[in-house]
Design a protein. Structure first.
Length: 390
């Protein structure tokens, strides 16, 4: 992804700094050639375990060199070139290597190593040589910037996705999240139908039968009729409670009344484990985002109560840089995994519908920390306290 910076925010890059960048790129050319050779050797030796070990060791070194050139190219071009790699899982080396292999940017890095250590090296070396010779100093004065811009454009071509590639990735993500959301919505509808059928509907059928029997017994046995009416009244109260429970599963009233901060505080108060809540929301997110994050936090807290064995937990809500961030943690036994049940997968699907993400860190022995992030804007200023312990 390439993001254009406002003109006022572009860092000034003078000829001296451009030449310093060129000198550093010249010095890095030999290590980059060595890296490329080692990648080829590691690929050939993958038939034995030593090849895989070489590749695992090369990944962080190659990406560190690429990120350094990414930063230099971004400063020269006045653009931000963020890290485009897919996040690595917390598993073992083989799981991490599998993600690296399927990441298209890995293969772009290999192509960049070859091109940058040849054509890119020639461009950077030319800038240095023009300054080193007195007779070519005048040429360096005018040619340094165009040459380094050409080198930076070359690096950007390999080290960041083009607009077309970003659009293709976006379409792929939207296709996957739409399918997940459709499946999740269908499951939610089935759950609501089941809850209504097994709960409120059954209560209302029993209520109708009780009132019918009370009507028949009203003339012959008033005491029995009175008891049937009392039973019907209790059934009505239970049916109302079931309906309220269903409504809370769709959109909790406390969320509509008090906003995300107040609703999370209410969740914390219902926990058997002490929960510290810290809220820093200078407004309210859109209602669909608010609901998705609320149910995500609710699922995390429910898992803490059921599985963690924690002595304390904490929830943090904040909005920064256009992203709503919720962090839920506990000091329990750890070992949580989103693949262990459907609850966390449902949270991921909810968030993915809004381009949101969920990150889980839960080593054996704890602590477990779940981070939910959704890009959104906030509306009106908040009226709830900024923080409250529970």
């Amino acid at each position: 992804m390439t993001t254009e910076l406002p003109e006022a925010e572009r860092p000034p890059v003078g000829r001296g700094r451009l030449t310093a960048y060129a000198g550093l790129q010249v010095l890095l050319a030999v290590p980059m050639i060595l890296l490329f050779v080692l990648w080829v050797v590691g690929g050939v030796l993958t038939i034995v375990w030593v090849g895989l070990a070489i590749l695992v060791a090369l990944v962080p070194v190659t990406r560190a060199v690429a990120n350094l050139h990414r930063r230099m190219a971004g400063r020269v071009l006045g653009q931000r070139l963020p890290d485009p790699y897919r996040p690595l899982p917390d598993g073992g080396p083989m799981a991490r290597l599998r993600v690296v292999v399927v990441d298209p940017m890995t293969w772009r890095d290999l192509g960049w190593l070859l091109v940058a250590s040849t054509l890119g090296f020639a461009l950077s070396l030319l800038v240095v040589l023009l300054l080193a010779a007195v007779v070519t100093w005048f040429i360096w004065w005018y040619a340094a910037a165009p040459l380094m811009q050409a080198r930076s454009v070359l690096d950007r071509f390999f080290l960041s996705y083009s607009r077309t590639e970003r659009l293709e990735q976006r379409v792929q993500v939207l296709t996957e999240t739409r399918a997940d959301l459709v499946d999740h919505s269908a499951a939610e509808l089935r759950r609501l139908e089941r809850d209504l059928h097994d709960g409120a509907q059954a209560r209302l059928v029993a209520l109708s039968m009780s009132l019918g029997m009370a009507q028949e017994a009203f003339d012959e046995d008033p005491a029995k009729a009175r008891q049937l009416v009392e039973d019907a009244r209790e059934t009505t109260a239970t049916a109302i409670a079931d309906l309220r429970s269903v409504v809370r599963g769709i959109h909790p009233p406390v969320l509509a009344d008090r906003g995300l901060g107040g609703a999370v505080q209410a969740l914390a108060l219902d926990m058997a484990v002490p929960v510290d809540v810290e809220i820093n929301l200078p407004g309210r997110p859109p209602a669909p985002v608010e609901s998705a994050v609320y149910f995500g936090v609710a699922e995390c807290l429910a898992n803490i109560g059921k599985h963690s064995g924690a002595a304390r937990a904490w929830v943090g809500l904040a909005h920064r840089d256009g992203r709503l961030r919720a962090v839920v943690g506990d000091d329990g036994c750890g070992g949580a995994s989103p693949d262990a049940g459907t609850g966390m997968l449902g949270v991921m699907r909810r968030l993915a519908a809004f381009d949101g993400t969920m990150a889980l860190s839960s080593p054996e022995g704890g602590p477990t920390i779940v981070t939910l992030e959704v890009p959104c804007d906030l509306s009106s200023p908040k009226t709830t306290p900024s923080s409250a312990p529970a």
